[in-house]
Ligand binder design. Structure first.
Ligand code: ADP
Ligand code: ZN
Ligand code: ZN
Length: 728
């Protein structure tokens, strides 16, 4: 009988660990959690195999301490996809599997019981209720009365019997009522009627539904407001009719209460939500209802790609171009790419949707790997917004806004409509300088300017946790000519408030939405319809319908034009088109003003003349010519240490060993990181490039094993990023 258990333990080593079963212990099922001794303590690992023999002598193997599940939380399909991901992204399997579990399970805990919390009468309670002499008119008696009809769920009593909680506790103390778990009966309501789909939408839905139980990848390329979400909803409804689950991934900032409500109302059922703002219990409950096949529609951000789908029907990745689908630390997976792998494993259709598809997905559509579905015009009566360039050269500016821009804002407000001023920088001003001596406030840890936050009266580094008081006089010359330089959202808000004192202004950025209640409150206020100015960062670029918004001002596009990252042009184009798409969504046409000092920049010209398709076309041609992704495969080795010498020693050896491989990969570097110092660490990197993905995949494991064995690797913090989306 096999007695050796191969366990994935969440430690930073890319291997499994063997343990033995103590006599009479039944072998645990694959995918279940076990408690095992590790180093000085104990860890929770996942069983990946039970075998006859180990490569280690049996007497060196430690026994399993406990088996935690008979019903494994990870299915064979998930284990397969996660093992693939561990290999592909070169991340230790134990950590990868752990990251797919709700935190409650990682710690060895139990899932919340299925069902919902409820209460019922005890025998004593029934007797008391029947007693004709009992006092009436109190909350307790009302609750006894209500429970006389049968057990009740806790939710739902709030409206009918306010204050029932106290009454319940009192009755429970007297032994008259008790807690009970009730089966979760998903709320079902009549779905709100869908609009009649136009021809393009119908064609898209028909294509997605054509062969439901088969892997089929689609790129839904539809301009903003063209009704992509309606296509998703129709395809989900078809999956629901077959009793199948749909998983919908959205970027973090697009998962607003409005989105959730739209899905719930239109499908007429509860939606399981998974995102980082939930409590661990809430996440575990949503995960569990998906795992039991009860949740038919799961809407979540990046990490929801790991949710169990026992009855899979459809996967959708909305705004597939969004960089937030890529995890930027630890296990650096791309949720969109993993969604593709999972859809294949599950044999279901997958839809990647965007108004501004990534060049990767466009190239896949071009090569016919994905079927292309187009929605070429806005749904309903809405017309596309008109883009105009505001040339800032030799213009007088008021807090970064041209006088013509301010005039356009004023006219828009006078018509009773709303304006969005987009500025991708939070805070008051990106720099504080001394006009007398030229001193500026810098982060001592990062060599980058500190951002002035006037409301909080602090200087803050946006790259590390550093913070400082705002000095009253210049620390260099003791002069009093300290002045904020440049504009952040806070300053633009202040300037507009002074100019339009009677108009409500709502600022939406990471500072104003830091906690959940602030965020919810802001998203509720977004629905207000009178004249209003919104000032915000890319948090406002997507997700929320703003029906009365007719003018979008992009305060500055120039920073995006000058970035060194090869994806900067693609990003800027996507951002402009997405923000522009917020304008004129209902019956009014929208206008977009792009402020720039470079009105003739080819990127802007392409966008104005031919829209995103023209820009994407020219960017793809450039990438092909230059041998950049998606026409090459990259992996980035990053390293940092207090001393640059340690970084270059490590990276130098890494390059040497890469150049010794017979495989068709090349190594570039060591290159300084775009931010050469961050949080006190010196940083550099090595870029590995391969024309063939298979060559890169064959090269990485051995190379990294060699690096791990280097003593120089212990003097640096290092990581590997396969398919990096951010070259910093
Ligand atoms: P997208 O997801 O592409 O941005 P939405 O699905 O949110 O677009 O649709 C934009 C707006 O147009 C929504 O208010 C939606 O209700 C409406 N809409 C979508 N399809 C239709 C249609 N076929 N007829 C009428 N209105 C539609
Ligand atoms: Zn000074
Ligand atoms: Zn810093």
């Amino acid at each position: 009988m096999p007695r050796i258990v191969r366990v994935a333990v969440p430690v930073p080593l890319p291997r499994l660990f063997d343990y033995v079963l103590v006599p009479h212990m039944e072998p645990p099922p694959v995918g279940s959690r076990v408690r095992v001794p590790f180093a000085q303590g104990e860890r929770i690992g996942i069983v990946l195999d039970v075998v006859e023999t180990s490569e280690h002598p049996d007497d060196q193997l430690k026994p399993i301490s406990a088996i935690l599940d008979q019903d494994p939380p990870l299915s064979a399909e998930l284990i397969g996809t996660l093992s693939w991901a561990a290999r592909y992204y070169q991340h230790p399997i134990g950590e990868v599997l752990e990251s797919a579990l709700p935190v409650l399970l990682r710690n060895g805990g139990e899932l919340p019981e299925p069902g919902v919390a409820g209460m019922r009468l005890t025998d004593a309670g029934r007797a008391t209720r029947a007693d004709p002499r009992r006092r009436r008119g109190t909350r307790s008696s009302d609750l006894l009365e209500a429970l006389g009809q049968g057990a009740l769920p806790a939710t739902g009593l709030d409206s009918g019997l306010p204050g029932w909680r106290t009454a319940f506790r009192r009755l429970r103390a007297r032994g008259l009522v008790e807690d009970v778990r009730l089966p979760a009966t998903p709320r079902r309501a009549d779905p709100v009627t869908a609009p009649r789909l136009n021809d393009e939408q119908q064609r898209a839905v028909a294509a997605i539904n054509a062969q439901p139980d088969r892997f089929a990848p689609f790129l839904l390329d539809g301009v903003t407001g063209s009704g992509k979400t309606e296509v998703y909803l129709a395809a989900i409804a078809a999956a629901l009719a077959r009793g199948r689950q749909s998983l919908v991934l959205v970027p973090e900032i697009a998962l607003t209460p409005q989105t959730t409500r739209r899905f719930r109302e239109r499908l007429g059922l509860d939606i399981a939500i998974l995102h980082s703002g939930l409590t661990e219990r809430e996440r575990a409950a949503a995960w569990l209802s998906a795992a039991r096949g009860e949740a038919k529609v799961i809407l979540g951000t990046r990490s929801a790609i790991f949710v169990p789908l026992p009855e899979p029907g459809l996967i959708i990745v909305d705004e597939e171009h969004d960089a937030s689908f890529k995890q930027q630390d630890g296990f650096r997976y791309h949720a969109r790419d993993l969604a593709m792998v999972r859809a294949k494993a599950l044999d279901v259709p997958i839809v990647l949707g965007s108004a501004t598809p990534s060049l990767e997905s466009l190239a896949n559509a071009e090569s016919k790997r994905y079927a292309l579905l187009r929605l070429s015009h806005r749904a309903g009566a809405a017309t596309p917004p008109s883009l105009t360039i505001m040339d800032l050269r030799r213009k007088r500016l008021d807090n970064g806004l041209a006088l013509n821009t301010l005039a356009a804002i004023s006219e828009c407000l006078a018509r009773g409509e709303q304006v969005l001023v987009f500025r991708n920088r939070r805070g008051y001003a990106p720099v504080l300088i001394c006009q007398a001596c030229g001193w500026s406030a810098q982060c001592a840890q990062c060599d980058r300017p500190l951002t002035l936050h006037r409301g909080a009266a602090r200087l803050r580094c946006h790259h590390c946790a550093a913070e400082a008081r705002v000095p009253a006089v210049c620390p260099e010359c003791s002069g009093t000519s300290l002045a904020p330089q440049g504009q952040g959202t806070e300053r633009i808000e202040e300037a507009l408030q002074q100019r339009f004192p009677d108009v409500p202004i709502l600022r939406v950025d990471r500072d104003s939405t830091r906690n959940r209640s602030g965020r919810d409150a802001i998203f509720e206020q977004l629905d207000v319809s009178g004249p209003r100015i919104l000032v915000g960062t890319q948090m406002l670029a997507k997700g929320h319908d703003l029906p009365n918004l007719t003018l979008v001002v992009v305060a500055g596009v120039d920073e995006g034009l000058h970035s060194v990252d090869f994806r900067a042009g693609e990003r800027l184009g996507q951002l402009i088109v997405q923000v522009a798409g917020r304008a004129g969504r209902a019956d009014r046409a929208g206008a977009v003003i792009l402020q720039t000092h470079h009105p003739d920049h080819p990127l802007l010209r392409a966008l104005i003349d031919g829209g995103y398709p023209a820009l994407a076309g020219s960017l793809i041609a450039e990438r092909r010519q230059a041998g950049l992704p998606p026409f090459a495969n990259f992996a980035l080795l990053r390293a940092e240490a207090r001393q640059m010498a340690d970084v270059t020693a490590f990276l130098g050896l890494a390059i040497e060993s890469a150049r010794a491989t017979p495989l068709a990969v090349s190594a570039h570097g060591p290159l300084p990181a775009p931010m050469p110092r961050r949080a006190g660490f010196q940083r550099a990197q090595v870029l590995i490039e391969a024309a063939e993905r298979s060559a890169l995949q064959a090269f990485l494991p051995e190379w990294l094993a060699g690096l791990r064995a280097l003593k120089e690797s212990r003097r640096v913090r290092w990581s590997i990023d396969v398919d990096p989306v951010d070259m910093g």
